[in-house]
Design a protein. Structure first.
Length: 566
């Protein structure tokens, strides 16, 4: 109930705005999901509140999958299903390129997680159905690499083996485990993942009293943990530790079943400190330690470790019940009838809560059935809409094609005639404008030559200096008359309409630069450009140098050739 309350409280806090990137939040959930389930839950609500969460993207898919995992590890199974289903729906909307980003969040893991929910409720038939779907999905997946695929197949087959063990179908369990062993030998997996599978093999062999084989796997577990704990990164250390803790817990349970309480106690005390970040495992270890103490008549020690559990918050209902039963055994040995009755009442109360929570499986099944129906309806509706759309488009295309052909044949002859006339007209206009342009440039050249000769004559005449100065200024103003140059520019643009556009689009040039380029385009020499512009030859050469720099020409590139190619 405390977990349900916490979940509700977090939902009300979703109005807090977080600017953190959704991918970063997903990485935080993934990091804390095994190490601190409550911390991963906090980051899950950050993801829900992120703007990108409701988009149909691979990041949103990843968020929904991880939130479902976080809720699952917090034993909020009913709530986790909602996010698993949403992740599956998003997956179906993604294209192939987006699905390549999924990697460790392949939908096969979601099917595996849904199977795990059913396994928690002991609905083995449904769990097996989803595990088999996950197995097939891993085999067909194109988004994940071979290493991840191998690990996924191993994990699902290990889950199927657990179901076989619960049903005491040991032959089938060995078939699954043999497949896992073959895959481990032929594929490169992270060594720390071996502990998970070695633990499964060890437990099965203990159950069928093949102790020699079981101890062989126990030795492999200890060796692998010792080696990997020295070199593994912090990001994966929590996963390594939890696999190792679960393995030693299983071994300790076997020792207790064989009445080897002192040996079991040594193993449990060895991993107790390591298990502190994992509350349920830590509490489970304390419960087993109390069993060993009670079996060896150390009642006070058993009571202390069980009371240590009582101070822990957010334990699963099953662990709480086991802890209360342990305390009940302590009071029974101490003949403390008053406290024993009180504990019995607490056990009954928690068992009722557990029974009520088990009814959630019916609601979960309803959610799954409704989602299947919903997806089936959406799929059928899409097919119908696609069929109608295809027919409509096909019919429209046929009509349009017929209309186009009819218009095309009618207009083709007329268009051919008009094209010939337009071509002839354009050629005539262009020829006329070219003649006007060259006539204008030649006029400017001749006029400037004439005016320069007058200017030289005036400059050589020393009489009436003031009158001569006025004539000199007047002649210079005629030479540099802007209106003539503007008229020249206008004519040039008419002849070469796209020329200036290309230059303006790629370079920042002045009016002087454009006029120099225009003269070069008309194949004028430096001397002719100097005469037309009324400037010296040296000035023309300087302008050409600066223009080459602005056009970013290399030393080997010729300015004239560059301009002719534009």
């Amino acid at each position: 109930m405390i977990k349900k309350f916490l979940f509700t409280c977090f939902i009300f806090c979703l109005n807090i705005v977080h600017s953190q990137n959704l991918t970063d939040i997903n990485d935080s959930i993934r990091y804390y999901i095994n190490f601190s389930s409550q911390k991963s839950l906090q980051f899950s609500f950050d993801a829900i509140n992120n703007k990108a969460f409701n988009e149909n993207s691979w990041e949103s898919y990843d968020s929904n999958y991880l939130i479902g995992q976080s809720l699952f590890f917090n034993e909020l199974y009913k709530e986790s299903i909602e996010y698993f289903l949403k992740a599956l729906n998003i997956y179906e909307s993604l294209n192939d390129n987006e699905r390549l980003n999924l990697k460790n969040s392949n939908p096969a893991w979601i099917l595996n997680s849904i199977g795990a929910v059913y396994f928690q409720y002991n609905n083995l038939e449904k769990a097996k159905t989803y595990y088999l779907e996950a197995l097939e999905s891993f085999k067909l997946s194109k988004e994940i690499d071979n290493q991840e695929k191998s690990f996924g197949l191993n994990r699902v087959e290990a889950n199927l083996a657990e179901i076989s063990i619960k049903l005491e179908n040991f032959g089938e369990a060995f078939e699954f485990y043999n497949g896992i062993l073959e895959r481990i030998e032929t594929n490169q997996l992270d060594e720390f993942n071996f502990i998970y599978f070695y633990s499964q093999f060890m437990t099965l062999n203990f159950q069928i009293n093949n102790n020699k084989e079981a101890l062989k796997y126990l030795k492999l577990i200890n060796q692998t943990f010792e080696l990997e704990s020295k070199k593994i990164s912090n990001l994966k250390s929590s996963e390594l530790n939890i696999f190792y803790i679960i393995s030693i817990i299983d071994y300790s349970k076997y020792l207790i079943s064989q009445n080897k309480f002192n040996e079991a106690l040594i193993e449990l005390l060895k991993i107790k400190k390591l298990s502190k970040p994992f509350l349920d495992q830590f509490a489970s270890i304390n419960i087993l330690i109390s069993e060993c103490y009670l079996a060896t008549n150390k009642t006070s020690d058993a009571k202390l470790v069980l009371e240590e559990n009582s101070e822990l918050l957010d334990l699963s209902p099953e662990i709480k019940i086991k802890n209360l039963e342990g305390i009940s055994n302590v009071y029974s040995q101490e003949n403390d009838l008053k406290n024993l009755l009180s504990i019995k009442d607490s056990i009954i109360f928690n068992k009722n809560l557990l029974e009520n929570s088990e009814n959630d499986i019916k609601n979960i099944q309803t959610l799954l059935d409704l989602d299947d129906k919903k997806r089936e309806l959406i799929s059928n509706k899409k097919k119908l809409n696609n069929t109608i759309l295809s027919l409509t488009i096909s019919l429209s295309l046929i009509i349009i094609i017929l209309i186009i052909f009819r218009i095309y044949f009618k207009l083709q002859a007329e268009r051919s005639k008009r094209f010939k006339l337009e071509k002839s007209q354009i050629e005539n206009e262009l020829s006329l404008k070219q003649r006007e342009l060259f006539s204008k440039s030649n006029f400017i050249l001749q006029r400037n030559d004439y005016l320069k000769s007058i200017l030289e004559e005036v400059n050589n005449n020393t009489d009436s200096q003031k009158a001569l100065d006025r004539i000199s200024k007047h002649v210079s103003s005629i030479i540099n008359s802007e209106s003539l140059y503007q008229e020249f520019d206008k004519k040039f643009v008419e002849v070469f309409p796209e020329f200036y556009k290309k230059l303006n689009a790629n370079y920042r040039l002045s009016k002087t630069d454009f006029r120099l380029i225009a003269y070069i385009k008309m194949n004028k020499s430096n001397n002719e450009i100097a005469q037309i512009s009324g400037i010296s030859l040296r000035t023309v050469q300087s302008q050409r140098y600066r223009l080459s720099k602005k056009l970013k020409l290399e030393r080997y590139q010729d300015l004239n050739l560059f301009i002719f190619d534009i």
